[in-house]
Design a protein around this ligand. Sequence first.
Ligand code: G16
Length: 542
Amino acid sequence: MDKDKILEASKKHPIVDGHTFKYGTAGFRMKADLLEGVTFRVGLLSSLRSRKRNSQAIGVMITASHNPAVDNGVKIVDPMGEMLEQDWEALATGLVNAPTHEALVELYFKYVKDLKIDLRAQARVIYGRDTRPSGHKLVTALADALEATGTEYVDYKLLTTPILHYLVRATNTEGMPFAYGEVSEAGYYKKLADAFVRAMKGKKVNGSLTVDCANGVGGPKLHEFLNYLPKEQLGLDIKIVNDDVLRPEVLNLDCGADFVKTRQRAPPAPKPQHGTKSCSFDGDADRLIYYWNEPDHRQFFMLDGDRIASLAASFIGDLVEKAGLKQDMRIGVVQTAYANGMSTTYITQVLKLQVICTPTGVKHLHHVAQGFDIGVYFEANGHGTVLFSPDAINAFKNTEPQSPAQKEALDTLAALADLINQTVGDALSDMLMVEVILAHKNWTLGDWHETYKDRPNRLVRVEVADKDLFETTDAERRLSRPLGAQEDIDNEVKKYKDARAFARASGTENACRVYAEAATHSETNELAERVVRIIERYGSGL
Ligand code: G16
């Protein structure tokens, strides 16, 4: 391979000086004007990753998901559609921070030597982007890196993040016994539509559903998906709102899953219809939050990732029992520190399932969920999925049913395993899963909400001069640095009943996040404010 080619291409996409970049919770994410050189270098790394992984296709997604429109991001997807392996995150960080073009090329070839990468092997990369206008420029930088390294590539243009993950897995399993699906966007829609019809056999969706698409890529993709569904037959009546992708500045603005979760209210526009079942996607359609405004009391009810996890775990747990597979299946739920304490209590004490807590970032949850036969993982922010092991899927398909009820349970489980995206959290697939479960249970959102009562909670974003001063331990539930900060938080928490609070640096924004819960709303707000002040104080170095 020609070193000069990489050097020349790199000069077209210089890195912005004076910044240290880190592959974080969701790849590199920051103001879009800092990202051109970063994306070029991510292209170099993804090409190496493909060669290292026997020429399997590697995915690159250009998105900043829930962040404001001025941000963008770039992340790498591994061959089975999972997030990039952790050791390689460090390699990506190294490459992106190489101080000069020459140092970059030198490091690139050092990786080749150290990792014993055969540069004669074919490299394959597939990529997509969300609706942010900055995506065009970043895609050009990415393609230049792929050209310079002789990498074969496919530009899928506008995609949701989960569709890109689907395509990576579908590409790498094509023609194999465990092929994931047709290698096209249409293949993804067909797979979901077919699985939804199978999972809904004999059932009807209860009530219309308003879907807020955060003015992101989920809007056009949901419109497209609906063309594949026999809606009338299934009772699915979807109204899509906030699907304006022509005005980039409205992306995630006062709408979307992150807005609903953090503000604990419905998007102000379009004016919320009382009593209407609603849900929100985020900017790249990998998060989902359900909610409705109660007609009489004008109260807002939210069904977040914790609720989706408990709904899925209870329904799938019941089906497994009806299917006669209870003894053979380990079902577990994976959450983060943001999970409402009452959801954890409900899952462990009522559903009697094991719960494991990991640091924030679906990559951590996904990894732990793979240890179960059925691993349900959701972050409270609505990002998650349910993973089925190959043995579980085999059992759904090959167990000989002894009764019609057992057959129905096995068929529904097999349909769910196709409906639920096995690569990553997926708002569209999760929404269909929720609708299937509500239809089977004949539940309204009110019935779902009744299952347990959330402890009042508050999530606050805190601007600090240097978020990296804050380091955590114990699955991000405690601060190990700055020294003294955790002790101060503990002293505040002690003053409240049934209280819990923690602070951590965000991996996707230049800020810290504070979470608090307590017995009442006013105590929760008071505790959150006190912890915010502690973080502001330590964050300013005082
Ligand atoms: C990303 C990650 C999520 C994480 C979220 C917020 O989501 O994929 O796992 O929960 O960021 O992370 P943080 O609190 O560290 O900023 P998304 O939807 O923005 O890609």
